[in-house]
Design a protein around this ligand. Sequence first.
Ligand SMILES: [Zn+2]
Length: 384
Amino acid sequence: MLIRGNRNVYCTFVLLLCACTALAQETESPAVLTDPNLDANDNAYMDRQAEALLHEVDATLTRVPPQIPEPNERKLALYLLDAVLHDVHAPNRAPVQSFYPTRLKRLADELEQRTPDEGAIIWKLYNHGFIIRTASVTLGFDLHRGVQRFRVVEPAAEGRRYVDSPGFPMPDDVMNRIASECDVLFISHRHADHADPSFAQAFIDRGKPVVAPEEVFKDEPIHAEITHLERVAHEMQQLPIKDGAEELNLVVYPGQQYQDNGIPNNVVLVFTPEGMSFAHNGDQINDPYPEYQEDYKWIDRVHEHHKVDVVMSNCWMNDHMRFTRGFDPQLVLLGHQNELGHQIWDRVPYWGDSEYLHLTLPQLLDSEYPVLVMTWGESYHYVP
Ligand SMILES: [Zn+2]
């Protein structure tokens, strides 16, 4: 017993020695520099600043929820968020990696608990992702877990490179809880900040339809599971959901992200069984304007064919005013702010940057159309 006891003391001593050595090595080894252009002290400061600012952003947005007109306090909180998220390496800063999923977990909790008696509850997710719930259905648009790598351009080096951000996207369990609460997912186009194969697979695994243009997930096994509806202006189509227990009426407008040669971009207008209608424009853009006019043949006339309640518009579309007049909605929701995969000038802030980007967003904000701005995890109760 004594020998054994001595051996235990010896083992404990050796273990302690190893632990101390490991600790010393960890302290001596250079810290991981989130931004390699800053030293450890400056990186640590940027983390502390992000934590302090995001704490205030969260407190303010909780106290002053989305509303029209937007209170100045909310505007300041969203601009503060811009400042944090336009740090090139923001997706890899621990406070950002905590702020984002915390808000999405809250959203998942709400989805499991809230159903409106009238109107629709609208949640904002990452980038141009939205969820709309009425008394009878829950619709998902461009749902995305969040950026997994982002673009960095360093003029002194070899130009653009990508940095992985595995700690940013929402955890799979949050994604699965969200997918379980939705009835259908609409994906506008193939770009990676809109089409998230994991989110789409979560819907497919639950027997829920995923509607997208033909090009989305091309050459991947999941492609065979995607629903491809005809892209025809103004024409009403039907889509069974909830294993056929409900049917949605919808129009799939043949939109395009029209830059250079353009790529197909579904602009869906979905009617809920309650008779409300919601349009999502993906990355619709016709740039340069006025050369790329083709889509305006239908954009200008949507309101002559259909009553539109809400339009979810990407904030970087060049001619917001003309697009909005074409749909003539009761409410405009702006999306696509702070897409962190992009180079920082192209993340597109809440403050607009409209002059540089040649957008008519300021005219829309000054127009008769109510415009609502939300961020990750926020919701708004729309009543027609
Ligand atoms: Zn996009």
